[in-house]
Design a protein around this ligand. Structure first.
Ligand SMILES: *Cc1c(COP(=O)(O)O)cnc(C)c1O
Length: 385
């Protein structure tokens, strides 16, 4: 289903884009082409599809890439071995030594480390900014700013950035907007449609969706950029294997139904937390009192499966809640079908201690899964009491 794919709805594209039955065997599901190389008919005589060597291109990966592009409404999709591999190649394609990037002041830790510890060695400078403040982003842009890097919602406080306002700002300043759409997924939010130049994913999270594969993706409608991404990925070799590509493609098929259930369950959990005496503050963009609610309502279909809250009695009580749940598994990562709980201050965000990015020590983060909502509520209530 190529070319005409875009006239179909999201759920149809998730199941069919790039995924025609195999022309030779009729296999309904794209096979795992677990092969490193492809036979040639004479020197330089590539067969149908033009496959040569799997670092450059592989049919299973190609199907995944076509589907990813379709879901994000972009012309070109590229899959990577991890979200960080995608971030690395996207940055290398867009900046030169000495350039400057604007990043969220609560950027994903791995992204911050890549820019702060690796790209800095090539003289790349960065300014962390609160992205919900468009004026602050405008003030941070310099003549040598090549990229504005956006995450929305952010982690773990679920801050919201106005994608279309930032895209306008970026283009006025002749710089480019990259949106890490990992938390929202293309089902809930379409950054390219709002003016972003590149969308990035850790497909490890909701797109794969089953906590069984690590992967990344970059999607763009800019042909020149896509060519640079493909060149650099082939040069550096940060490609996903055929089986990982297949697992991710399998995950995409159910993305829409999973996301609706993640959102339903998150709403139930939020309701429970709001009325609990031991809970102080609940962070969820779906709440009218959330500072980003208005922008989130404008650019998101629903508000996602991530919920954070503070425990009234402080850090020790927050740690105890994390230790006492039974269905919510104590673990890092997010976006899988199973519910996870964590203490950002001591786990995912431990490295921010003492910095401006430090998170509240009484904060608990939930990745709400798609189990029975009553069971999840009961588990959380038992852990809070
Ligand atoms: C997990 C994550 C990444 C990094 O992805 P990996 O697949 O772990 O390399 C980047 N951005 C966000 C928002 C993430 O949650």
């Amino acid at each position: 289903m190529t070319g005409s794919a875009d006239r179909f709805g999201f759920e149809t594209r998730a199941i069919h884009s790039g995924q025609e039955p195999d022309p030779r065997t009729g296999a309904v599901i794209v096979p795992i082409y677990q092969t490193s190389t492809f036979a040639q008919d004479g020197v330089g005589g590539l067969r149908e599809g033009g496959f040569e060597y799997s670092r450059t291109a592989n049919p299973t990966r190609g199907a995944l890439e076509e589907c990813l592009a379709s879901l994000e409404g972009g012309q070109h999709g590229l899959a990577f071995s991890s979200g960080m591999a995608a971030s690395d190649i996207v940055l290398r394609a867009m900046i030169r030594p000495g350039d400057h990037v604007v990043i969220p002041d609560d950027a994903y830790g791995g992204t911050f480390r890549l820019i702060d510890k690796v790209f800095s060695q090539w003289g790349v400078e960065h300014t962390p900014v609160r992205l919900s403040d468009v004026g602050a982003v405008r003030a941070a842009i310099r003549p040598d700013t090549k990229v504005i890097w956006v995450e929305t919602p952010t982690n773990p406080l679920l801050g919201i950035a106005d994608i279309s306002a930032l895209a306008t700002l970026a283009h006025e300043a002749e710089t480019r907007l990259v949106v890490d759409n990992t938390f929202a997924t293309p089902y809930l939010q379409s950054p390219l449609g709002l003016g972003a130049d590149v969308v990035l994913h850790s497909t490890t999270k909701y797109l794969g969706g089953h906590s069984d594969v690590v992967g990344g993706a970059a999607i763009t409608s800019d042909g020149e950029l896509a060519e640079k991404f493909a060149f650099l990925r082939n040069a550096a070799g940060s490609v996903p294997g055929p089986f990982d590509s297949w697992l991710t493609l399998r995950g995409l098929k159910t993305l829409a139904v999973r996301m609706d259930r993640h959102c339903d369950n998150a709403e139930r959990i939020v309701e429970t937390l709001l009325s609990h005496p031991k809970v102080d503050k609940v962070y969820y963009p779906g709440l009218p009192e959330h500072t980003g609610h208005e922008v989130a309502s404008k650019q998101m279909r629903r508000f996602g499966g991530m919920v954070s809250f503070t425990v009234a009695e402080g850090e020790q009580a927050a740690l105890e809640v994390c230790a006492r749940t039974r269905l919510f598994t104590l673990a890092e990562s997010l976006g899988g079908i199973e519910s996870l709980i964590e203490h950002p201050g001591k786990m995912t965000h431990a490295s921010t201690a003492g910095s401006a990015l430090q998170v509240p020590d009484d904060l608990v983060r939930l990745s709400v899964g798609i189990e029975d909502a009553d069971d999840l509520v009961e588990d959380l209530l038992a852990a809070l009491d």
